[in-house]
Write a protein that binds this ligand. Structure first.
Ligand code: NOJ
Length: 764
């Protein structure tokens, strides 16, 4: 027997013993089981359960195991293999007094090993089946790496694209994000979070993190209760209603009170009003940050505020451990405060199936994958299919796209062959070596049918300070790989490639780190170095296709004038390059629609489609004076919410309502005929918006209330039906009553949020 086999045998024996030593089959009744366990725990063991630590290079493994054995750690995050997690679970099960299992968490946001498009891209698919496949596949992959919980979905509504985390969420719209929130939770957790191939979802960041002032990360949020309830809270609520086992609490303050010490938020709203029964977790270091927020004078007070407000698990903070013992002794924190927090953590472990089998996801060493990075562990077909669905065609003049698989194509741009950027931020256990870049995807698809000439053309940015900042974000490897040649030389090479080609494809935009946590921007423009490249390419007179990679809306007014076609690809994941090639070459007909408005300029922010009605609205085509507008540039967005082209054309007609009135408790049918008037089969998204004509308070100009994504063959038409209930008309008024107010409503149906047809009815 060689050394490796011997080691394997020993480890597998160890885990079998561990299994034998695990507590016997838990009591059937969860509450009784946990109460019983709580009675056996010392104060130190209870406080230990509240501690969630990050596994990083700075944490010696042996020390962690000792701490676990002493009952001083409840769970960890950032370890991503069974092999890493097993010894920690062994320490809990074999060496700790009460054998309470550990749990292992990770940020599985848009994939685990297979990386799918970033969330903003997933939302652009408007395809709930595709999104469900992403959640399920991610759960299966993460669970098979010994992970029990994900800090996802991230459902913060984002209406200020300067915020770097816009990329991590599903866009600006309450209804769309809420639908996706539900699907993500259900698909992560599967039939039950206790299943071996499920992971528990901890929805984040509760609450309103997307509304940070000025788009500056971690900043303050000041918001009226009606706006919170109508626009920002529903996606978290949808996750809770779908059974999310956890909630991660936001880093921002809300109307002056940090979320981490916000009793109204965690107690009154989350637990009492919404009936949440799961576990809450603070964000990284957030308890200590209460001192910097200026609501706690020291760490001791911070710990007290956090536990009293309802933070159960403390993420990478030492304060609970340091200060709870004396806070308990002095009576400032009660035994009940501590027990409540511990109860939720044990409850989550119970729900994850860990008391029944602490190794439910870690399995036995003999079954560990020989190579955790093996390509065979990836789900490439699903990734390619979902990525294709997330791409949004923004422009296509003179049918520049799809490209012919013939002649010569110039492929240029700093993102054309960028495996790290393909993955987007929060790429979990994804590895750049698995990414199919645009260059690779086009090479494979074209084979020897057409010639591909590649030139980088420019670096991401010429600004060294920005490069240093972005590189600092990545501990493992440089994020930005700069070509040291002078900019003029790079451009020259790209121009030469363009001159010898029939068409130019320029892959430009942001590096992934530019759309990330703590990467807020003051500009939404493509960096100047890349714009110089675009200008030079345009001057060649060759048809120019811009393939964009970015994690937020960009200001593209100038680019729109330069390009013949623009394809928005976000950061499209492991199979992104193949998916992009499928669309560029016409093997897939694009069907994505924007889940967020693209403004013309950063000065227009905030710009979102469903703003409240006002007294002096700007009306396109009418004089602007004394209306709400900017006078130096055209008003309205560059690309509205819900917008996206196809290689086919679609028309809507015959919008009709089944009745002119609707009674409370009844339904109304809105129908519309959608036709594929083009020459190719394709999918489109038919969107239904509602406007409350006059209410007790100003209501949005329109609000998405339903949509259907339909596939139509060339020339095919179909009548779609949407059922409208009085419940769909409800909103939270200024007294926070949730009701539908009688009166007139406009139903608007369109293929984007702007070009709509309208009919009215009255709610009796
Ligand atoms: C901080 C981020 O805000 C949060 O989203 C993430 O889940 C944690 N770090 C853990 O990585």
């Amino acid at each position: 027997m060689n050394k490796l086999c011997l080691l394997g045998l020993l480890v597998s024996l160890a885990s079998q013993t561990a299994l034998a030593a695990a507590p016997a089959e838990p009591l059937k009744n969860k509450d009784a089981f946990i109460s019983d366990l709580l009675k056996q725990m010392t104060v130190e063991e209870k406080i230990g359960q509240l501690r969630l630590i990050s596994i990083g290079p700075e944490m010696p493994r042996e020390l962690i195991r000792k701490e676990i054995a002493a009952g001083r750690i409840g769970g960890t995050f950032n370890s991503i293999t069974r092999d890493e997690n097993r010894p920690m679970q062994d320490a809990a099960i074999n060496n700790s007094r009460l054998k309470i299992p550990m749990f292992f968490a990770y940020d599985v946001i848009h994939g685990h090993r297979t990386i799918f498009p970033i969330s903003l891209g997933l939302a652009s698919s408007w395809d709930m089946d595709a999104i469900a496949r992403v959640g399920r596949t991610s759960a299966i992959e993460a669970a098979s790496d010994g992970i029990d919980m994900t800090f996802a979905p991230m459902v913060d509504i984002a209406r200020d694209p300067r915020w770097g985390r816009t990329s991590e969420g599903f866009g600006e719209d309450t209804y769309l994000v809420s639908r996706i929130s539900r699907v993500m939770v259900e698909s992560f957790q599967g039939q039950s979070p206790a299943n071996a191939d499920s992971i528990m979802a901890a929805v984040k960041h509760f609450a309103l993190y997307g509304a940070v002032e000025g788009g500056r990360d971690y900043n303050t949020v000041d918001m009226s209760p009606a706006k919170m309830y109508n626009d920002y809270l529903p996606p978290y609520r949808a996750a809770i209603d779908a059974g999310a086992g956890g909630v991660m609490v936001a880093l921002n303050s809300i109307n002056g009170v940090p979320a981490t010490s916000n009793t109204w938020l965690m107690n009154d709203l989350l637990r009492k009003e919404w009936g949440f029964k799961g576990v809450t977790v603070s964000d990284h270091g957030a308890i200590g940050e209460l001192v910097r927020h200026g609501v706690a004078k020291d760490g001791r007070e911070a710990a007290k505020l956090a536990i009293k407000a309802g933070i159960d698990l403390s993420m990478n903070d030492s304060l609970y451990g340091e200060d709870l013992p004396t806070l308990l002794k002095s009576g400032e924190v009660s035994q009940a405060d501590l027990d409540n927090a511990v109860r939720e953590i044990l409850g989550a472990k119970y729900d994850m199936g860990l008391f029944k089998d602490p190794y439910v996801r870690i399995g036995q060493a003999k079954d560990d994958p020989a190579d955790v990075y093996a390509d065979s562990r990836l789900h490439r077909d699903t990734a390619r299919d979902v990525a294709r669905r997330s791409l949004v065609l923004l422009e296509n003049r003179n049918q520049t796209l799809p490209l012919k698989k013939a002649g010569t194509i110039a492929l240029v741009g700093p993102l054309a062959d960028a495996p790290i950027d393909m993955m987007g931020s929060w790429a979990a256990a994804g590895r750049p070596k698995h990414s199919v870049t645009v260059r690779k995807g086009l090479e494979t698809a074209l084979g020897d049918k057409a010639k591909l000439v590649y030139a980088k053309g420019s670096n991401i940015t010429a600004d060294k300070a920005i490069v240093d900042y972005l590189n600092f974000l990545n501990f493992d490897a440089p994020e930005i790989i700069d070509d040291p040649r002078p900019a003029a030389v790079l451009i020259d090479e790209a121009v030469k490639a363009a001159q010898q080609s029939d068409v130019v494809v320029a892959v430009v935009g942001e590096s992934r780190g530019m759309s990330h946590e703590s990467s807020s921007r003051t500009s939404l423009e493509i960096p100047a170095a890349q714009r110089e490249l675009i200008k030079a390419l345009k001057a060649t007179g060759k048809p120019l296709v811009l393939v964009l990679m970015n994690g937020r809306p960009l200001a593209l007014a100038w680019e729109r004038e330069q390009a013949d076609a623009i394809l928005e690809t976000w950061f499209s994941g492991t199979e992104g390059g193949n998916a992009i090639a499928d669309v560029l070459l016409g093997d897939y007909n694009p069907s994505g629609k924007l889940a967020i408005t693209f403004p013309r300029s950063v000065g227009q922010i905030p710009m979102y489609y469903n703003h409240l009605r006002i007294g002096r609205p700007f009306t396109p085509g009418k004089p602007g004076n004394y209306t709400s507008q900017y006078f130096e540039e055209p008003n309205g967005p560059l690309y509205p919410f819900g917008y996206g082209l196809s290689y086919s054309d679609f028309s809507l007609s015959k919008l009709s309502l089944s009745a002119k009135t609707l009674k409370q408790g009844q339904n109304l049918d809105a129908s519309v005929v959608v036709k594929n008037t083009g020459k190719r089969d394709g999918e489109t998204v038919v969107q239904l918006y509602i406007q409350d004509v006059a209410a007790s308070m100003s209501r949005p100009v329109k609000e998405l209330k339903n949509f259907q994504k339909v596939m139509l063959k060339a020339g095919e038409e179909r009548t779609l039906h949407f059922s409208i209930k009085a419940d769909d008309l409800k909103f939270w008024n200024n007294q926070l009553q949730f009701a539908a107010e009688p009166g007139e409503f406009n139903v608007q149906i369109g293929l984007d949020s702007e070009a709509v047809q309208q009919q009215s009815f009255e709610l009796l």
